[in-house]
Write a protein of this length. Structure first.
Length: 185
């Protein structure tokens, strides 16, 4: 497989887990000719080409994933250059990575929360109406048919944590509203 960022021209592509390569193992050890057999979407060859002698894969045209495709499935053929013309095929998938043009936006139901002192770990922090404080994140780069992204929130105090469901919760035992006493010794 390989991947290309949408809206950029990459030139030679890196194919993983290894490059496209075939070897003629019989005694004539004929050279190999590489080509595309077919692909989905049907215009795959407008965007990619394969070097017939080396099997090197190149991107020849920008891919816009909002107009074109999010991936290309291409059948690659490796054929020995001989009278026998024996060949093998393999499937190559090229993923089109979306452009990250917009930062994610975090929304919070309330910027002020309430929780009792000494609440146990996992207690939900609520707003002034007693509703849980919920954090959600949206990303203008993500389309409705894109894979759902999971966000991890980093809270700047160890006293609280955001659950996988986006709910603000107590994360520290002995939560105390009052600062420690400055006592004199």
């Amino acid at each position: 497989s390989a991947s290309v960022p949408a809206g950029t021209l990459q030139g030679v592509l890196t194919v993983t887990p290894e490059r496209i390569q075939a070897v003629d193992l019989d005694t004539i050890s004929a050279p190999i000719r590489y080509s595309f057999l077919s692909g989905i979407p049907g215009n795959y060859d407008d965007y990619f080409e394969i070097d017939p002698q080396t099997g090197v894969l190149k991107q020849t045209k920008l891919v816009d994933s909002s107009v074109t495709a999010k991936k290309f499935d291409i059948s690659v053929k490796a054929e020995e250059v001989s009278e026998m013309k024996r060949f093998a095929t393999a499937k190559l998938t090229i993923h089109v990575k979306p452009v990250d043009a917009f930062p994610p936006v975090i929304n919070i139901t309330s910027t002020e929360g309430y929780v009792d002192e000494n609440s146990p770990i996992g207690t939900t922090v609520t707003d002034s109406k007693g509703k849980p404080i919920r954090l959600t994140t949206t990303d203008a780069d993500a389309g409705s048919d894109d894979e759902q992204v999971e966000y991890i929130y980093e809270v700047t105090t160890p006293s609280f944590v955001v659950s996988k469901a986006g709910i603000l919760q107590v994360n520290e035992e002995g939560l105390d509203r009052d600062p420690p006493s400055q006592g004199k010794y």
